[in-house]
Design a protein around this ligand. Sequence first.
Ligand code: PPE
Length: 334
Amino acid sequence: MYSLTALSLLLYTLGNRKAGQTYVKFQVDDAMTEAQKIWMDGKFVDWSEAKIHVLTHSLHYGLAVFEGIRCYAGPSGSAIFRLREHVNRLFDSAHIMLVAIPYTKETVCEAIIETVKVNSLDSCYIRPLVYIGYGAMGVHPGENPIRLAIAAWPWGPYLGEGALTHGIRAKVSSYARHHVNVSMTRAKVAGYYVNSILAKMESKQGGYDEAILLDPEGYVAEGTGENIFIVRNGVLQTTPLTSILEGITRNSIIQLARECDIPVVEERFTRDAMYIADEIFLTGTAAEITPVREIDNRQVGSGKPGPITQTLQTAFFRIVRGEDPAHANWITPI
Ligand code: PPE
């Protein structure tokens, strides 16, 4: 009995460690909460039946475009945040990548709303994915069919419990973000996320919550799935739209800051500007408005979410919950 356990432990260890490498394990709390139905090419299929062929083109070469959208529950029901803007970006991503989505924007918006309804979800994350299906192999996608899937499921705080209230610990990555003429980051392309995955695994293995990537010139770009803002002397600064995704949360925060008379600049900055910032926060659909309390082992400001971060967080959560009539046009009630 003892030797069997020892043997299986040895085999497990050997199987998971090669030449001193350690592999990132998924934690139990990373397991996803399943919903009932997924929209696939015009019809709903059961969650467990939402399958594709292993020779699906996108699976091999990484050309798929996608969105991440959130639906929030509020006192007067559920609503999707900036649905139209997300669907526009999905179509822009496809256009940049020469992928013709075989549906209209209206159909996609309706299918997204239906996906939330059919699953009886009051708050959820929504993932539309446009991908190149099974057909010919080889890099050129040729006449392979263009497919669309829309899934929705409950998804809690992206960067862990307490991240929104206490902030996270981030580390500048050894991996650089995309060069503007290698990856066109106005498009949200699946394959680009290999860069994010490498940075994320590196940061997790180092004991941090998130990685901040610099652009190929050494200026701050963004997180693995978030845009970044810093605050110094009352001025809010974020990186310009070069090697980053044009975040819809980023856009919302810029607009909200202006409405709150907080000066905002979109100018590049260096990593040491983060070290002496009074506040830092990340924005994204999944990450929402997540404060950064430590960067490269240096405490940010007081080490707690700062006043500008908190003001913008409060304004943002009021809007998404449908509690701010002035921004009712940002939400689509279900
Ligand atoms: N940069 C990157 C690289 C990125 O992936 C996201 C969203 C953003 C910025 C913020 O964009 P927006 O959501 O429009 O504010 N990342 C999505 C995917 C996260 C995932 O792990 O999957 C998201 O937040 O939905």
